[in-house]
Design a protein around this ligand. Structure first.
Ligand code: SAM
Length: 272
């Protein structure tokens, strides 16, 4: 089975190898067959298709294994980008390999990789988070858990949530942390902007179109707690004289723009 990356928007990003593979296989398993038909039509590929989405992945795996057993070749594609990355495919891949068949990647476009490649993260690694929970309270909880992460964080986000999500990031990660907003990658209205989280709200507000389309957000990792500036530590100490740690860290973060988690970690380290 071949796991084939397809374009994010610009059709010319379908690799020659991907095209050859899609033209050669007996069956193409696609997340949305109607959507993928347009891609196949654009390249003059006539292929038998079947739907594989998150609701039928296990059942589809059984059928695909039967085809492979009969000597057929199968390709898996999703609506855009690389299958199994915030997309269906991982369970199918595991089942097919578990049944003893080779699973071969045909690499190509991936929204996360495209955004990272222009994020300028020179040091450290990155952590792919993908989609955050849809509900605000759960999203904020997830961001709190990520606040101390030293590696860069890569998120996918839906257009109707992106502004609220970035506002939460500014509050929880600290307004000085850098974010790269990668919007509509490879498409006509592609826009890539890097800024401190403090400026992200104004960036979205400056143009209503900036709230539309598809987004990858790359947020730089947390600064080591030791790198807090003297003013942030002074404000934190004043607040700690009157308040419990959680409230003091929250207020100090709001007043100074320092990351809440770094203030928290700084106090805990000192107490230890
Ligand atoms: N598997 C795909 C990949 O890794 O490229 C991603 C599939 S996921 C269901 C769709 C999300 O990927 C979108 O909501 C958006 O966050 C991101 N994405 C896909 N295409 C994009 C594009 N052209 N520009 C920016 N983000 C994109």
């Amino acid at each position: 089975m071949y796991v084939v990356a397809t374009p994010l928007g610009n059709m010319r990003d379908l690799s020659a190898r991907a095209r050859d593979t899609l033209a050669a296989v007996d069956v193409i398993a696609a997340e949305d067959t109607r959507h993928s038909q347009r891609l196949l039509d654009a390249f003059g590929i006539a292929a038998r298709m079947m739907a594989v989405h998150r609701h039928n992945e296990q059942e589809a795996a059984g059928r695909i294994i039967d085809w492979l057993a009969a000597g057929r070749r199968v390709a898996l594609i999703t609506d855009a980008g690389t299958p199994a990355i915030s997309d269906p495919g991982a369970r199918l891949v595991a089942r097919v390999r578990g049944a003893g068949y080779a699973v071969t990647p045909i690499p190509g476009a991936c929204a996360a990789a495209a955004a990272l490649s222009v994020a300028g993260i020179a040091e450290g690694g990155f952590r792919f988070v993908g989609f955050l929970p849809a509900k605000a309270a759960a999203r904020r909880g997830a961001l709190m858990k990520l606040a101390g992460e030293r590696d860069a964080l890569v998120f996918y986000e839906a257009p109707h949530r992106v502004r609220a999500c970035v506002a939460d990031m500014a509050e929880i990660f600290g307004s000085e942390r850098e974010i790269l907003v990668a919007r509509e990658l490879t498409k006509l209205h592609e826009e890539i902007a890097a800024m401190p989280l403090a400026a992200a709200g104004a960036w979205f507000a400056a143009d209503a179109n900036r709230g539309r389309g598809e987004f990858v957000l790359v947020v730089h990792g947390a600064a080591p707690a030791g790198e807090l500036d003297a003013e942030a530590v002074r404000v934190l100490d004043l607040l700690l004289a009157e308040l419990p740690l959680k409230a003091a860290a929250r207020l100090a973060a709001e007043i100074t723009g320092a990351p809440r988690n770094a203030l928290y970690a700084h106090t805990l380290a000192r107490r230890r």
